[in-house]
Design a protein around this ligand. Sequence first.
Ligand code: GUN
Ligand code: ZN
Length: 434
Amino acid sequence: MDTLISGTVVTFTGNPFDIPATEAVQAHRGAAILVQDGKIAGIGARDALMRRHPDAKRVDHGEALIVPGFVDAHAHYPQTGIIASWGKRLIDWLNTYTFPEESRFSDPAYATRIAETYLDLLLANGTTTVTSFCTIHPASVDALFTAAEARGMRIVAGKTCMDRDTAPTYLRDTAQSAYDDSKALIDRWHGKGRATYAITPRFSPTSTPAQLDALGKLWAEHPTCLMQTHLSEQTDEIEWTKGLYPSARDYLDTYEQFGLVREGALFGHAIHLEPREIAHLQAMDCSLIHCPTSNTFIGSGLFDMGARTRESLRVGLATDTGGGSSFSMLRTMAAAYEVGQLTHTALHPAHLLWLATFGSANALHLQDRIGSIAVGMEADLTVIDLASTPAIAQRSARATDIWEAVFPTIMMGDDRAIAATYVMGERVAPAGAA
Ligand code: GUN
Ligand code: ZN
């Protein structure tokens, strides 16, 4: 059956970092989206579309903003239970909180429970696609893809690989088992329904050169997969990495030597980059994933969005939970705004909405399917109430244009602002809504 979903519909005509932001991103009051077979089949004035499709089911969201479903381009679903753990910087945080929790995913039942909890949290927060690390256990990947399939969600995930003695013994694979297990998971999941597999070395410090080499070969054999890892998150991590790879020119080179730097590579954080690294990332059309709540929470540093977008790098936005402190992409946009202020780039609400949707989808090479409201795209949609709390309502009531009305929700909003989430045109959140 056809469905007409109406409200204030946000569409994109270009990249807001290339042309004026409010030209690139437009909000249309009284508009509607026609959904047929899970895809967007039309967009137009609500009244005109209703006249043309009198038999369509109608869902009117009034003045609420309808945006593409949020795309979280880097997260760790196994860290759901340790989000907001106090007082550590990256390496200590991994050893103290993260690795012990990730060891629990040797139990498939535990992995399934957390995967389901996590995806339901995402949907409640308006996030319809995530790119997630799993743990070293193949069953942790099966758990996430299975839970996503049950919810109809388009997700990207992969088995985290770690074979070096820098990782605890209880969380180590080998170069060969990482290759074999990842390959079996690719065969099982990549391209099945809405699943995309990402080959996932955790980061150079926890892999041997032999493992990075094996994963580079695996990627060459399966070139349509993505590759996700971490790059230059903290300065002491960079020094540590250089010590472990003494022949590498820089951190990026530890991946480059093994065929892991090319289009389809997703580098989380990528804060403290050297000029050679930036030039090579640009030349190879790699994606950088900005994780602002994590970078402030773990004390990593300030990603320079202004510089990276001027260099025309693909940039996605992400929560990096549980290093990040929120599952909400609204909260993540707020943190991106604050980091922007600290790096002298005032991001407009139009930039922020675009980054959380099209920008992330483009970083994942999924921009032809998700990340914008346009004919032919999959109907993953998020509906945002711009007056979800008294504090936000009193501010947005004074707004003189749509962007002034949107910005308080970006800065102060959370899951209470998510009026509805649609996956392939089906309303999936809030729980219990028709
Ligand atoms: N670097 C390597 N592993 C991790 C992780 O789990 N979280 C973050 N923030 N950085 C990492
Ligand atoms: Zn991460």
